[in-house]
Design a protein around this ligand. Structure first.
Ligand SMILES: NC(=O)c1ccc[n+]([C@@H]2O[C@H](COP(=O)([O-])OP(=O)(O)OC[C@H]3O[C@@H](n4cnc5c(N)ncnc54)[C@H](O)[C@@H]3O)[C@@H](O)[C@H]2O)c1
Length: 249
């Protein structure tokens, strides 16, 4: 049975992705620092799908923890077919007030952890002749929203391209999804600070709604599947067309 490792598996997009990959027949590993929430999602998946679903508590900003996580996946399953680099955070939004520790913390989770995970996962993915890596970037690479966040997510797109070039010979495909604003707890603070935020995103979105975690999960599941077997180094926008519009204020 194929195995998928999903970082941030306790969060909105991660949990939706784990459910969808489980329904596509993957056993799933939900790696998240939110241990209890990840356990709940894993239990729910086990009761609904005939696959293995395990929670792996981890702080991805600690490089040694990333290596240990992949080692545990290798010991338990002996293979890894899909890696979804989904865990993410915002921070260090403005250049004038940038705090270096906060900047580094954003980079550690959004950019460095995905790179280290790929490095650690390579031998496992090679063992079964390849696989698929999906990096969860963001539409902010087009809008420049938030200094630390936009820099890290744009870096993640660069990482996606470099890895696609370097890992093609290993039959490992590497792609990114770039969602726009989603209806998820990730945006709770931003929505509280700006009552019009959801409406302003709907106004710039040709499909006239904001995205859901399931919208993103569907794109990830497609890129993880054999249906995407000749797609690598690409960015799939999950934006309802809003990637074509200017960022609302
Ligand atoms: N929500 C949006 O509007 C939106 C839009 C575009 C892109 N994204 C990206 O989608 C991804 C998922 O977002 P979401 O909406 O599901 O957010 P979320 O906050 O629900 O989920 C993020 C998960 O990552 C985990 N995480 C954060 N730091 C971690 C760390 N150091 N170690 C381990 N786990 C850690 C959190 O515990 C959480 O479960 C993120 O990368 C985010 O940047 C979100």
């Amino acid at each position: 049975m194929k195995v998928a490792l999903i970082t941030g598996g306790a969060g909105a997009v991660g949990a939706a992705t784990a459910r969808m990959l489980a329904s596509d027949g993957f056993s799933v590993v939900l790696a998240d620092k939110a241990e209890e929430a990840a356990q709940l999602v894993a239990e729910e998946i086990r009761s609904n799908h005939p696959v293995e679903a395990v929670a792996e508590p981890v702080d991805l900003s600690i490089p040694g923890a990333v290596a240990a996580l992949v080692a545990r996946v290798g010991e338990r399953f002996g293979r890894l077919d899909c890696l979804v680099n989904n865990a993410g955070r915002s921070g260090a939004p403005k250049i004038a007030e940038v705090d270096l520790d906060e900047w580094n913390a954003v980079m550690a989770v959004n950019l460095t952890a995905p790179m280290l995970l790929v490095k650690e996962a390579l031998p496992l993915m090679r063992r079964t002749g390849g696989g698929s890596i999906v990096n969860v970037a963001s539409r902010v690479y087009l809008s420049g929203t938030g200094l630390g966040y936009a820099s890290s997510k744009t870096g993640l797109i660069g990482l996606t391209m470099a890895l696609a070039v370097q890992l093609g010979r290993d039959r490992i495909r590497v792609n990114a999804v770039a969602p726009s604003f989603l209806n998820s707890p990730f945006n709770k603070k931003a929505v509280e600070a700006n009552n019009d935020l959801v409406e302003s995103f709907i106004r710039i979105t040709p499909l006239e709604r904001v995205g859901t975690p399931e919208d993103v999960a569907g794109a990830i599941a497609f890129l993880a599947s054999d249906r995407a077997s000749f797609i690598t180094g690409d960015i799939l926008h999950v934006c309802g067309g809003a990637q074509l519009a200017p960022q609302p204020g």
